[in-house]
Design a protein around this ligand. Structure first.
Ligand code: NAD
Length: 467
């Protein structure tokens, strides 16, 4: 098998000229023809397929990701998105006629053209390094934008493989990868962009949005979680336990959209914990530590942050709790907490910690969920139909999976994004095309209609006004 390519920071002095090259290519209209975009998408597909083994290895090195998870959530995920986009691009890119036109307006052929926004900067996060970087890039290519991708430096092996794929597969005058951390990203933000697509934390998202506001550059922000799960007394404790455990052990819990905490009806605590123990045993019969199907925390900084969160919690560990710094291993850990002010509820853990807070009833669960974060990225209620409807009608969130952990986010044609402080803008499916597209309203006034237009020209005679 080919060797993993090295991760090297892009020289800071090169960044302005690279950004300018990508912008010039956009202005040359090279990316406008659909055929050009389709060829680039096809090449990206084959670049992913040809480098599949390298991607699996890179994600194992960066996050200890099981190969099956990497295939499902990174390689196969992006390849499916490309197939979907390629099949539907002509339809998405077609002009749309204006709606509800009266007869007169029809003569002007009012329509919406789908124009590319321009040259795009895409900044990725580390947890799904391929998907969160190439997913937006697929949208940018489809819409006819040129793009610079800045992957996360925290998953350097995956970043280097993406750079290789982009360099080998795509038109280098239109798409490129810049590697680096804060200095390189800051230098990138100093360049002129027509759109910035950022995935990552709320803190950095705020920096990006402020910087973009200086030049009125549109931004899409895919931000952090602090998502509640709610278990009512009518929920099935076995289903809730298995599904929420899955949602917190995939990628060792480093998933923006997984539940950050669970509000559970006090009557359900014991049955749920019993089922959680069974589910842990079923998923990892030899224990998570020895399982080839359980990942690791991305780096020491994140490991220590999670450890500190757990140390500062006043909750009681009821399942799991072991850690090994040398291996960046944290066992799936269920903690029963006493209050919504606990560190495990207030902060985003972004790791395999599962705090549960017993509540009196569904009303209390909804009140606490709204108080902790009134616009989380996701929401996961378990219960009966009427309870689901009540939760949806009394909360807000970017998306929601009823009776499951974050499953809505795996449906490739559902737009994925936050609301309020969990983000703005959405992508995936058609939304990936739309988010990089300007809907340009166009009319065409025929010459023969001039006499009918006379009414709009001054002088506004009484005769005209009475027409
Ligand atoms: P992060 O914000 O630390 O880093 C994301 C990107 O921002 C990286 O490319 C990084 O180089 C860059 N960056 C970091 N500091 C910067 C600065 N000061 N100025 C400019 N750029 C900077 O996020 P992360 O640690 O990679 O990911 C974890 C966070 O991202 C969590 O909060 C998680 O919920 C969120 N996330 C959200 C989504 C989503 O789709 N909504 C997906 C994944 C992760």
């Amino acid at each position: 098998m080919a060797e993993l390519p090295p991760f090297e920071h892009t020289p800071l002095d090169d960044i302005a000229s690279i950004a300018s090259r990508i912008r010039t290519s956009f202005l040359s209209h090279k990316t406008r023809p659909l055929e050009f975009r389709l060829v680039q998408l096809r090449k990206l597909y084959w670049g992913l397929k040809d480098n599949q083994d390298l991607i699996l290895e890179a994600c194992k090195k960066d996050l200890g990701k099981p190969s099956f998870e990497t295939y499902l959530t990174e390689v196969g995920w992006c390849m499916n998105d490309i197939v979907f986009m390629s099949k539907n691009l002509a339809r998405f890119a077609k002009d749309e006629p204006a709606q509800d036109m009266n007869l007169t307006n029809k003569f002007f052929g009012p329509k919406i053209r789908k124009d590319p926004l321009g040259s795009a900067l895409i900044i990725g996060a580390y947890n799904f390094p391929i998907q969160l970087s190439l997913g937006p890039l697929i949208g940018a290519i489809s819409a006819g934008c040129t793009a610079v991708l800045k992957p996360s430096e925290s998953s350097p092996h995956a970043a280097a493989v993406m750079q290789k794929i982009i360099a080998e597969s795509l038109d280098p005058s239109c798409y490129t990868c810049i590697q680096g951390a804060i200095p390189e990203t800051t230098a990138l933000l100093d360049q002129k962009w027509d759109m910035i697509f950022y995935t990552g934390s709320v803190n950095v998202g705020t920096i990006i949005a402020k910087k973009a506001a200086e030049t009125l550059t549109p931004v899409t922000l895919e931000l952090g979680g602090r998502n509640p799960a709610i278990i009512t007394k009518h929920a099935d404790p076995k289903l809730a336990a298995r599904r929420l455990l899955w949602a917190k052990t995939l990628n060792a819990g480093q998933v923006c959209v997984s539940q950050n905490f669970t509000l559970i009806d006090k009557e359900m605590v014991q049955p749920f914990l019993r089922e959680m123990k069974n589910a842990l045993q079923e998923f990892y019969p030899q224990g998570a530590r020895k399982s080839p199907d359980y990942g690791r925390i991305v780096n020491l900084r994140q490991f220590q942050r999670l450890k500190k969160m757990l140390d500062e919690s006043s909750g009681k560990i009821v399942l799991g709790g072991t850690m090994d710094e040398s291996d960046l291993f944290i066992e799936p850990t269920v903690v029963e907490v006493k209050s919504m002010d606990d560190s495990l509820i207030k902060e985003e853990s972004f790791g395999p910690l599962l705090p549960i807070l017993p509540v009196a009833d569904l009303d209390e669960a909804i009140r606490i969920a709204n108080e902790v974060h009134d616009t989380p990225l996701g929401l996961y209620p378990f219960g009966n139909k009427a309870e689901m409807e009540k939760v949806l009608s009394q909360t807000r969130s970017g998306g929601a999976s009823l009776n499951d952990g974050f499953f809505h986010a795996s449906i490739p044609t559902l737009p994925f994004g936050g609301v309020g402080s969990s983000g703005q803008g959405a992508y995936r499916g058609k939304a990936s095309f739309d988010v990089f597209t300007h809907r340009r309203s166009v009319t065409n006034t025929p010459a023969w209609i001039e006499s009918m237009l006379d009414i709009r020209y001054p002088p506004y005679t009484l005769k005209k006004q009475q027409k």
